[in-house]
Design a binder for this molecule. Structure first.
Ligand SMILES: Cc1cc2nc3c(=O)[nH]c(=O)nc-3n(C[C@H](O)[C@H](O)[C@H](O)COP(=O)(O)O)c2cc1C
Length: 433
């Protein structure tokens, strides 16, 4: 079997870890860096390439017009800012790529370029950044807008944002810093130039007021709509992808590679990593029990699923009759995510049927023994022509150990996961195979 890239996508962000698990809060405090540092060490020892930390900037109250379900269950809220966590994670590891999420809609490109440049110096080439456009109106209302900018226009703006950030990183020539103590010249002023950007969305004079890192941070993105795929394939080094069947995975990956090639990029330099949730069991009997429990559509399970899709799509799913065919829904927010949800069941299905199918299939979950899951990932990798996978889930200690302690040895036995790092940073690790 061929090597795949693995990573962890912390979908809960720098937020509550393990709420609802019997081990919640035992030996850790989610508000402190240590639990994430412990997880990062385990990821690195496991042979993971990267650790991506989600972020969002609103208290969701879309579902039923109230934040009750979200606050009672600690879903999407509370959440610390992931950027200050980065140095702690870097300090705890040597090779793992660290990837915080950053909003192109709410960070000025100059602020982002400077922050990421600074962090990349600390990271010695191990930094990535997950660029999001923050589709939620609730987020926009925290930044002076009534509602979020129109979907495709958001991506047009993000395109320009990425261009400006990268041009700022290139506003110092590689040999601009002389540190010539004999002549008393720190930097050659002829090699540090303004970018004088005057675009449709941004005006930025530049140059960057710090030394750019030699290696630009790795860009990660998750666009899934047509416009989102264009943006991701054009700009991104890693794509965070959601797809529930091998056919949809292949179609998605092929389309990203096409966009990359159309933009003069080497498609092999773009790694499409699919998000999966491995649920490791001890044997077939436990697999059956876990699957049955997860397939049960309790009110709590309905609320859990609907609060999530309501927040991510900005559409209040509490307004729909569970037992009537779901009407057509559109969004200005995360179109790919909404599309994935609606298409889980055949057209004309009721909302309850959609939820039932998703509960049975359990979206991203792969339930089985470590050997079964490792076999499945290997086969999926081959079928999709895949680059690798991102495990998702919270990082409270019992969950990460319960998952990785049995699964990583099984992946190793099959030669699917790396057993060491070249030491040249995240981009080099991603390009190694
Ligand atoms: C796996 C995955 C992770 C994402 N992580 C974040 C995130 O951390 N913060 C955020 O605001 N949006 C996040 N998004 C939303 C995407 O960045 C993107 O805006 C969204 O998928 C909408 O794109 P589309 O309309 O092109 O599908 C994520 C999406 C996916 C599929």
């Amino acid at each position: 079997m061929t090597l795949l890239h693995f990573g962890w996508f912390l979908g809960a962000g720098f937020g509550v870890q393990g709420w609802g698990d019997p081990t919640y809060g035992i030996g850790y405090d989610w508000k402190q860096p240590q639990v994430y540092q412990d997880a990062a060490r385990l990821f690195e020892a496991s042979g993971f390439d990267l650790f991506i930390i989600e972020d969002g900037v609103a208290v969701p109250d879309t579902y039923g017009g109230t934040a009750e379900v979200n606050l009672a269950n600690a879903r999407f809220v509370p959440k610390h800012d992931p950027l200050p966590l980065v140095p702690y994670l870097l300090g705890a590891t040597r090779d793992l790529g660290i990837v915080p999420t950053l909003s192109a809609s709410f960070y000025e490109p100059f602020t982002a370029a400077r922050l990421l440049a600074t962090l990349q110096h600390f990271a010695n080439g191990r930094l990535g950044f997950n660029v999001v456009t923050s589709g939620s109106d609730l987020a926009a209302q925290n930044y002076g807008l009534d509602k979020q900018v129109e979907h495709d226009l958001r991506y047009d703006r993000a395109d320009e944002w990425v261009d400006v950030v990268r041009r700022l990183w290139r506003s110092w020539d590689a040999d601009a810093v002389l540190e010539d103590t004999e002549r008393g010249v720190y930097a050659d002023f002829t090699k540090v130039r303004p970018i004088n950007h005057d675009g449709r969305f941004f005006r930025v004079r530049g140059p960057l007021n710090t030394v750019p890192p030699v290696e630009e941070p790795v860009m990660v993105q998750a666009g899934a709509s047509g416009r989102g795929r264009d943006f991701a394939g054009k700009n991104s080094d890693v794509i965070l992808a959601l797809a529930s069947t091998p056919e949809r995975m292949r179609e998605y990956r092929d389309s990203i590679r096409e966009v990359a090639a159309a933009n003069g990029r080497n498609p092999d330099a773009v790694k499409v990593l699919f998000v999966v949730n491995p649920v490791v069991t001890a044997n077939a009997e436990e697999t059956a029990t876990v699957k049955a429990a997860r397939a049960e559509l309790t009110q709590a399970a309905i609320d859990e699923a609907l609060q999530s899709i309501s927040y991510l799509s900005g559409v209040d799913f509490k307004e729909f009759d569970l037992d009537a065919p779901l009407p057509e829904v559109t969004t200005n927010s995360n179109q790919g995510t909404l599309d994935n949800f609606v298409k889980s069941a055949p057209e004309g299905s009721t909302l309850r049927e959609i939820l039932q199918v998703r509960a049975r299939k359990d979206g991203l979950a792969i339930v089985g023994t470590a050997d079964e899951i490792a076999d499945h990932l290997g086969e999926l990798g081959e079928a999709v022509g895949g680059d690798g996978f991102l495990f998702t889930g919270q990082v409270h200690p019992s969950h990460v150990h319960r998952t990785l302690d049995p699964l990583v040895p099984a992946l190793r036995r099959r030669g699917l996961i790396r057993t060491g790092f070249g030491g040249s940073g995240l981009r080099a690790n991603l390009l190694e195979f």
